[in-house]
Design a protein around this ligand. Structure first.
Ligand SMILES: C[S@@+](CC[C@H](N)C(=O)[O-])C[C@H]1O[C@@H](n2cnc3c(N)ncnc32)[C@H](O)[C@@H]1O
Length: 378
């Protein structure tokens, strides 16, 4: 899964812009500016709770086109003390998307170096410095830190296990007689079964496990959560993780999407997005194991998060001063972000009613205990 998505030559994310109607899928920041604006409110509230530090690292994991960060910066630009405090750090594996992020953030490049299109720049939106990194460990330590991860955890590779008469075995990939990939089951428990499955099961009740035929585990999510929690424990601040997922063990969710349609996972690897549901219960356990100085909040639904941060007031304010066309797009965008697919606040588009993201996407916060409870997880 990691190779398919991030291989430096032909990984799905590496050489193309996969977002929007002409791409493969649409994400919340691309649906409406209001998403980034609400994350801006969340970020500024946490900054207030942190005691308005003069300098912070604002880290985004997997910024896509950079739209969320641009809307966050625009949304907070009138709060000059906050704007001036921000050092932006973008964790992005794709050189193509790094360029797109540069354009979206109207970045003036000050230095380019290395083989990975590494660069240091300043955004013309607020003047904040921006730097790019291959992973969170590269982001310099020592400043209070706010981390945003929207649809990042779902791209981390998973292992799948199946309960058989011989115990839990791992689903693996083999090359069939026709030279095509196919799924096979390991004849015995694999090292991943012993290590990762066992770790995940330690965090669940035996009765919950006993009911399951399949289990999906994402060890990279444990590792990343550990890094996030350590960083927040040492430097102060907090992280907001938003993704589709559940607050329980995930059974079998790995999926492939190409050009807005589900395709077979093994069909033409590298040409479709692979993603899996995020196991928020495992993130909570991994965070709590990493440090006693942090607290974990949620998950709550995206609908509750955005509603509590004021999206309904924001849409009304924007509707007061816009064209009919813009009004349609605002209403549709608002519904897609907070609707649950069954009871739209407004009608969806006529030809194709998209599914609302309000209840399928969940939000979890990990914060340094010094900061108290973050908005709106009270
Ligand atoms: C599903 S997209 C989400 C983009 C953006 N957050 C949004 O909501 O529009 C995943 C993003 O994470 C990046 N990414 C995926 N795996 C990564 C990895 N292992 N290291 C760094 N970036 C990664 C992709 O290139 C892309 O920018």
């Amino acid at each position: 899964m990691e190779e398919v998505l991030t291989n430096p030559q032909c990984g799905f994310y590496i050489n193309r812009d996969v977002f929007g109607a002409g791409g493969d899928f649409v994400t919340s920041p691309e649906v409406s500016q209001m998403f980034g604006e609400m994350i801006s409110v969340w970020t500024m509230c946490l900054w207030e709770q942190m005691g308005r530090p003069e300098k912070i690292n604002l880290v985004e994991l997997g910024p896509g086109r950079g739209t969320l960060m641009a809307d966050l910066l625009r949304g907070s630009s009138k709060f000059t003390n906050f704007s001036k405090s921000v050092n932006i750090h973008l964790v992005e594996c794709s050189p193509t998307l790094r360029k797109v992020q540069c354009d979206t953030l109207k970045a003036v490049v000050e230095a380019s170096y290395g083989d990975n299109n590494d660069r240091r720049a300043r955004t013309s939106l607020t003047g904040a410095p921006i730097s790019w990194h291959a992973d969170l460990e590269e982001v310099p330590q020592g400043l209070p830190t706010i981390i945003i991860a929207h649809e990042f955890f779902d791209a981390l590779p998973v292992h799948q296990f199946q309960n058989t008469s011989g115990g839990w075995c791992e689903k693996m990939i083999d090359v069939g007689d026709n030279s095509l990939f196919r799924f096979v089951l390991s004849p015995h428990p694999t090292p991943a079964t012993l290590l990762y499955l066992r770790r995940r099961c330690q965090w669940a009740e035996p009765e919950e496990i006993a009911k399951l035929e399949q289990i999906e585990v994402c060890p990279r999510a444990f590792e990343l959560t550990h890094q996030i929690s350590k960083r927040i424990s040492d430097d102060g601040g907090g992280a907001l993780i938003i993704d589709y997922g559940k607050n329980e063990i995930i059974t079998d969710s790995l999926q492939a999407i190409r050009k807005h349609k589900f395709v077979h996972i093994l069909d033409n690897p590298g040409s479709a997005d692979l993603s899996a549901y995020v196991d928020f219960a495992a993130i909570q356990h991994a965070a709590e194991e990493a440090s006693e100085n942090i607290s974990v909040h949620g998950p709550i639904t995206q609908s509750w998060l955005l509603g509590s941060l004021g999206i309904n007031f924001r849409v009304e304010a924007l509707l007061e001063n816009c064209t009919e066309e813009q009004a349609d797009s605002l209403r549709t965008g608002h519904w897609r972000l907070v609707g649950d697919g069954e009871a739209p606040f407004w009608e969806g588009p006529e030809e194709q009613t998209p599914i609302g993201m309000g209840n399928r996407y969940l939000a979890m916060a990990i914060v340094n205990r010094k900061q108290g409870v973050p908005m709106p997880f009270v």
